[in-house]
Design a binder for this molecule. Structure first.
Ligand SMILES: Nc1[nH]c(=O)nc2c1ncn2[C@H]1C[C@H](O)[C@@H](COP(=O)(O)OP(=O)(O)OP(=O)(O)O)O1
Length: 161
């Protein structure tokens, strides 16, 4: 039995830099990642994405400034949980970058992404995101969060999600 959990992942860009957060607790602890979390009941994806961004980084974004960049399914085969991560990018936002209980944000040059301290799939799809390609991915993880299979493809438009 699979249990699908909708979540969001927001990537903040400033010219050639991207804001990543060091996850301080929970799933992905000790790794750099975009900002996001589970979509709450009755919430649409972009509202959830903006809420998590604010909670974790201090930045505020209008939902109209969140652009779809990809859809990634992360299956944890041991538990049967499939995280459906809706990935967005934003270049317009306001507020002051602030550390939260969950994340320690830091700007990185896009030529200097700390892939070795990130989820292993990121090295494959971050470059697609930098090239402004839309993508779809399906990754399977063991109970130790080790990836053992990956399907990743570039899409023409959002309707293909
Ligand atoms: N393989 C993977 N690669 C990646 O880049 N991000 C991943 C990933 N697996 C999970 N994530 C991200 C997606 C999403 O933003 C986040 C989900 O983690 P969590 O369920 O721990 O969320 P949070 O605990 O932060 O949310 P809430 O409990 O809703 O606050 O982790």
């Amino acid at each position: 039995m699979h249990r699908y959990v909708q979540c969001t992942l927001v990537q903040i860009f400033n010219d050639q830099k991207i804001l990543l957060g060091m996850k301080k607790r929970g799933l992905g602890v000790g790794m750099w990642n975009g900002f996001g979390g589970k979509v709450e009941a009755g919430e649409d994806l972009k509202t959830a994405a903006a809420r998590e961004l604010k909670e974790e980084s201090g930045l505020e974004v209008l939902t109209s400034n969140l652009m779809e960049v990809g859809l990634l399914l992360f299956e944890f085969v041991n538990s049967g949980v499939v995280l459906e991560a809706n990935v967005f990018r934003a270049v317009e936002y306001k507020g002051v970058v602030t550390e939260s209980e969950e994340m320690r944000p830091c700007w990185f040059d896009i030529k200097d992404i700390p892939y070795k301290d990130m989820w292993v799939d990121d090295v494959d799809w971050f470059p697609l995101m930098f090239k402004q390609k839309l993508f779809y991915g399906f990754m399977k993880f063991t109970e130790k969060n080790e990836m053992f299979s990956q399907e990743l493809k570039v899409l023409e438009n959002v309707e293909e999600f």
